[in-house]
Design a protein around this ligand. Structure first.
Ligand SMILES: *Cc1c(COP(=O)(O)O)cnc(C)c1O
Length: 348
């Protein structure tokens, strides 16, 4: 087993990017009021309002599970249903937190096209039952970019939100990789969120370059009512809030949020291009953000493991590689060469 200088098992393997770290150090230069009454939290909130070109409500929480599950709980009563993709993080990776924090709202999963929800699948599920014995569909949750590394276009989000309006549903976006989607589409954050009908966005920080932290952004003030209490009750109100908010300021004011996402996307595209044309290795999903899913015989994946590469295969058995702000292009190239070699070795 060879030690690799860097692994691409997940985009949260990366450290804190320099811009976020500098902002955190600056916030450490003196004492400041607690629980979000400090100047950095105010400035970070304003930076989100500037970025999204609207007077949104912003809450800083520790991680994505908290962001998603508390946001969904704010949109739901305990007897409601939340429609999402079968492989959505809120369904498969949050240990039931959305149901827990909503006191029992039920997640209803819909079939997808490569991980993307479609209006037809949402409508079929939302209208399948209208009786009192089944939880009342209330929210649709989509993931941008998806767990399969795909990106919903503006038109696709629009089509989903128009359906939501027609059926009286609210729209939540799990944006753990929202920055990557903005980078892919070369699209302003506003144009990929509230302008296409998203009610609440969980904007991912950890995978974008923070040490920890996600931002819950409400575009409808009424939905944010009492959300601060919800965060506090759930253990998500940081007493030294500035250390959670200041790094965001570093990301947003310097533009690092977008540079970081572009870099991750570029590395994913680079890898996918270098492994084109191999007889037994293919892409399970189109590469649209910072993920590459390789479909390959078990023997090829074993060779990659023996060569020391770490990766997950929990989505359809494909080997997943994820690229963050710190991905070293030389190491990405080394991975590409090893994939080519592992594939060739099978032909002998
Ligand atoms: C990583 C991720 C999250 C956040 O997960 P936490 O571990 O709770 O921070 C949320 N949604 C998606 C799609 C993710 O990939």
């Amino acid at each position: 087993m060879h030690r690799k200088p860097q692994q691409f098992g997940s985009d949260n393997y990366a450290g804190i990017c320099p811009e976020a770290l500098a902002a955190m150090l600056e916030a450490n230069s003196r004492s400041a009021a607690a629980y979000g009454e400090d100047p950095w939290t105010g400035r970070a909130t304003d930076a989100f309002r500037t970025l999204f070109e609207t007077d949104c409500e912003v809450f800083f929480v520790f991680n994505g599970t908290a962001a998603n599950s508390l946001a969904l709980a704010a949109l739901c009563q305990s007897y409601h249903g939340i429609i999402c993709a079968a492989n959505a993080h809120v369904e498969t990776d949050e240990c039931g937190a959305p149901e827990f924090f909503s006191n029992g709202a039920k997640i209803l999963t819909a079939p997808t096209l490569n991980g993307k929800l479609t209006p037809a699948a949402i409508e079929a599920l939302a209208t399948s039952r209208g009786d009192i014995h089944f939880p009342k569909p209330e929210v649709v949750s989509i993931t941008q970019a998806t767990e399969t590394g795909r990106v919903y276009s503006r038109d696709e989000v629009s089509a989903i939100s128009m359906l939501c309006r027609r059926l009286g549903l609210k729209l939540h976006m799990d944006g753990a990789r929202f920055a990557n989607a903005c980078a892919t589409l070369d699209c302003a954050p506003a144009d990929l969120s509230w302008r296409v009908g998203v009610d609440v966005l969980c904007f991912g920080g950890a995978k974008n370059g923070l040490g920890l932290g996600e931002a819950v952004i409400f575009f409808d003030h009424a939905l944010a009512r009492d959300f601060g209490y919800r965060c506090k009750q759930a253990g998500q109100l940081a007493s030294k809030m500035r250390f959670l908010s200041a790094p965001w300021l570093g990301l947003l004011e310097s533009g690092a949020w977008l540079r970081n996402a572009r870099h991750g996307n570029l590395c994913a595209r680079g890898l996918s291009e270098k492994i084109q044309g191999l007889p037994d290795v293919s892409l399970m999903f189109p590469v649209e953000a910072n993920a590459v899913f390789l479909k390959a015989p078990a023997a090829v994946l074993d060779v990659l493991r023996t060569k020391g590469w770490r990766f997950y295969t929990f989505i359809g058995g494909a080997a997943r590689f994820m690229f963050a702000w710190d991905a070293d292009p030389a190491v990405v190239d080394a991975l590409a060469s090893d994939i080519v070699e592992a594939s060739r070795a099978q032909d002998w």
